[in-house]
Design a protein around this ligand. Structure first.
Ligand code: CO
Length: 209
C-alpha cells in the first residue's frame, strides 16, 4: 500500500467530520478534557478509540509493547502525571489483549537482542512470580492468555505503587484503576480487576504522604 493513501484518507476523514459536525475541529482545538487514560499495547489491532466507540478528545492514550507500567519508564510516568494531575482523569485503564505477541515472546527462550530483552524481562519476572498459576494451564495459547491476564493485573498494582496515584487517591479519591483484556477474536473487552482510593496497598509499597 502506498503511504500517500493515508494522506488521501485523512483528507476524506476531515471532510466527513466537518460535513456531519461543522464545529468538530473548532471545538476540539481549544478543549482537551478526557476522563480516561488508556495504557494499551502498541499492537495495531487494539486501537483505543475504535474498540470503545469513543471520539477524539475522550481518551488520553499511552501505548507500548504489552501495555507495561514500568516504574523507571519516564515516558509512561510523564503521561500518567499529566493525565492525573493536569487533565484530572477519573479513570486509568490498563488494557491488554489475548494473543499478545509481547507476552508470547517473553514466554519463549528466543534472544530478541538486548533492548527488547530488557523490556520483556518485566514480563518474565511476572511469569516467575505467578509460575504455579500460569503453568497449571495447558501449554500454548491458553497459557499465554493466562499470563496476559496476570500481567494486566500486575500493571494495575504497579500504578497503585506510584506516588502519583497514591497522592491523587488521598487528596481527590480518584482515579479508579481498571485492568481489562481485549479479545482479538471477538472484539469484546473482559474486565479483570479494579482498584480505587479505598483499596488496600501492600504496606511495602505504601508511602506516608
Ligand atoms: Co500485544
Amino acid at each position: 500500500m502506498n503511504y500517500n493513501k493515508l494522506l488521501d484518507e485523512n483528507k476524506e476523514w476531515a471532510k466527513e467530520r466537518v460535513n456531519s459536525d461543522p464545529e468538530f475541529f473548532s471545538r476540539l482545538e481549544h478543549l482537551q478534557t478526557p476522563e480516561y487514560l488508556w495504557i494499551g499495547c502498541s499492537d495495531s489491532r487494539v486501537p483505543a478509540n475504535q474498540i470503545t466507540g469513543t471520539q477524539p478528545g475522550e481518551i488520553f492514550v499511552h501505548r507500548n509493547i504489552a501495555n507495561l507500567v514500568v516504574n523507571t519508564d519516564v515516558n509512561m510516568l510523564s503521561v500518567l502525571d499529566y493525565a492525573v494531575n493536569v487533565l484530572n482523569v477519573k479513570h486509568v485503564i490498563v488494557c491488554g489483549h489475548y494473543g499478545c505477541g509481547g507476552i508470547k515472546a517473553a514466554m519463549s527462550d528466543t534472544d530478541f537482542n538486548q533492548v527488547l530483552n530488557m523490556w520483556l524481562r518485566n514480563i518474565k519476572d511476572i511469569y516467575r512470580f505467578h509460575r504455579n498459576e500460569v503453568d497449571s494451564v495447558p501449554e500454548g495459547d491458553e497459557r499465554a492468555d493466562k499470563l496476559v491476564e496476570l500481567t494486566v493485573q500486575e500493571q494495575v498494582f504497579n500504578l497503585a505503587k506510584t506516588t502519583i496515584i497514591q497522592k491523587a487517591w488521598s487528596t481527590d479519591n480518584r482515579p479508579d484503576l481498571h485492568g481489562w483484556v481485549y479479545g482479538l477474536n471477538n472484539g469484546i473487552i473482559k474486565p479483570i480487576c479494579e482498584m480505587s482510593s479505598t483499596s488496600n496497598i501492600d504496606s511495602i509499597y505504601k508511602y506516608r504522604l
